[in-house]
Design a protein around this ligand. Structure first.
Ligand SMILES: [Zn+2]
Length: 158
């Protein structure tokens, strides 16, 4: 790593520490030539994932947009923001680990709904109404039935 002060390429690592919730490593370095101290970050390279939308257009997967949608759906429920962040983190990690280059927005939506169904009926219905473009009250009734039948399945397993 080139020293920002003298451009020498030899440095020693003084300290390594996990940063960004374990997603990167922060290293404190000292130049062997001029003793200048600087910091470097190392992180896993992520591939951009493209999202195929229902109208046929594509956009790059955007975690803050997804988090924003989730936050709106969860307003005035008592689901902590950290929980929403971890849903988005896990979803993104899953996509990266499966080496998926493309996913449809409806698949992403269903993955999120799977998580929300266990957390809050209100958040589930709100998110589903936006994501599935509900046209009328019958769509809400159908979605509520889906949550309840999932719950009954869980109950019968237990
Ligand atoms: Zn230097």
């Amino acid at each position: 790593m080139q020293c920002p002060s003298c451009q020498n390429t030899d440095s020693r690592v003084l300290e390594s520490r996990a940063a960004d919730g374990g997603r990167s490593v922060r290293r404190r370095r000292e130049c062997l030539n001029c003793d200048f101290r600087f910091t470097t970050y190392e992180r896993v390279e992520t591939i951009p994932i493209s999202v195929l939308k229902s109208n046929g257009s594509r956009e790059t997967f955007n975690r803050s947009k997804l988090l924003h949608g989730l936050t709106l759906a969860c307003q005035k429920t008592n689901i902590p923001t950290a929980k929403l962040t971890s849903i988005v983190d896990e979803l993104e990690l899953g996509l990266q680990q499966n080496n998926l280059r493309e996913i449809s927005s409806s698949e992403i939506g269903e993955m999120v709904l799977d998580q929300l169904g266990n957390l809050s009926e209100v958040a589930y219905i709100r998110f589903a109404s936006v994501h599935r473009e509900f046209q009328g009250i019958s769509d809400f009734v159908k979605a509520l039935k889906t949550i309840n039948s999932n719950k009954n399945q869980l109950a019968s397993v237990r």
